[in-house]
Design a protein around this ligand. Structure first.
Ligand SMILES: [Zn+2]
Length: 236
């Protein structure tokens, strides 16, 4: 009887060991394939020469790849962020403002990389787009514009964005806020992170998945970017 129990024990330990080895293997494989998701943004800037007077804005679509950000129903944050970034880029380029992307597709990119890309390309402004989620209260909705606490320029930029959003475009405006998000603390130019709306709110989630609403968001953000560029041009 005891030998029988011992055999089962040995067998169980062997099975567990096998699992551990397989799990470690998967982890190691994941680790190395992860680093192969390389930074895609820089190639955009290499394609074109930048005239000294041309303003450059880095657009940062939050999350990407296996990091999908937050989600609600069918709406996935990483996709909405990228959609609005693309619309925003079009609008800015129409105004002869040069744009650079931290990602142009569904790629995973580190936060430090996003910031150092903006710093290395000596961008004039940095705009990061995200979607929010509130677990405690599904009634919460609206856009929030964040800047780094100790940045006067960041504050001015965030105020321009919020001013452009206004109250008449159908976007709930929750104003400016401070936060030490990594892309804000590591970037050297005026930078904002816009939480465009709450995917935890059914009504707002529905709107944010709509192309027309995404276009309004992009138009209003573009207006804020233009206002900030005009302002900083006056200071020079
Ligand atoms: Zn996010």
């Amino acid at each position: 009887m005891e030998a029988w129990i011992a055999r089962i024990l040995v067998l169980s330990i062997l099975v567990l060991l096998c699992f551990a080895v397989i799990r470690t293997g998967i982890w190691i494989w994941g680790y190395f394939t992860d680093t192969k998701e390389t930074f895609q943004g820089a190639k955009v800037l290499e394609l074109q020469e930048r005239e000294p007077e041309t303003k450059l804005v880095i657009l940062d679509a939050g999350h990407g790849g296996r990091d999908q950000g937050t989600s609600g129903g069918e709406a996935i944050e990483k996709d909405i962020n990228l959609e609005v970034v693309k619309k925003l880029a079009e609008l800015l380029e129409d105004d002869n403002i040069m744009v650079g992307f931290t990602r142009e597709d569904d790629t995973k990119i580190g936060l430090e990389e996003r910031a150092s890309f903006a710093n290395e390309s000596e961008a004039d402004l940095f705009v990061s787009l995200h979607c929010n989620y509130c677990e405690e209260d599904a009634g919460v909705q609206g856009l929030e514009c964040y800047y780094r606490e100790d940045s006067e320029e960041g504050k001015a930029f965030a105020e321009k964005i919020v001013e452009a959003i206004g109250s008449e475009a159908g976007i709930t405006n929750r104003g400016t806020r401070t936060a030490n998000f990594r892309v804000l603390t590591k970037t050297q130019m005026p930078a904002v992170l816009i939480e465009m709306g709450y995917l935890s709110n059914a009504e707002e989630r529905k709107k944010m998945a709509e192309k027309d609403y995404q276009k309004i968001l992009a138009e209003k953000i573009a207006e804020g970017v233009r206002a900030m560029l005009e302002d900083s041009a006056l200071e020079e």
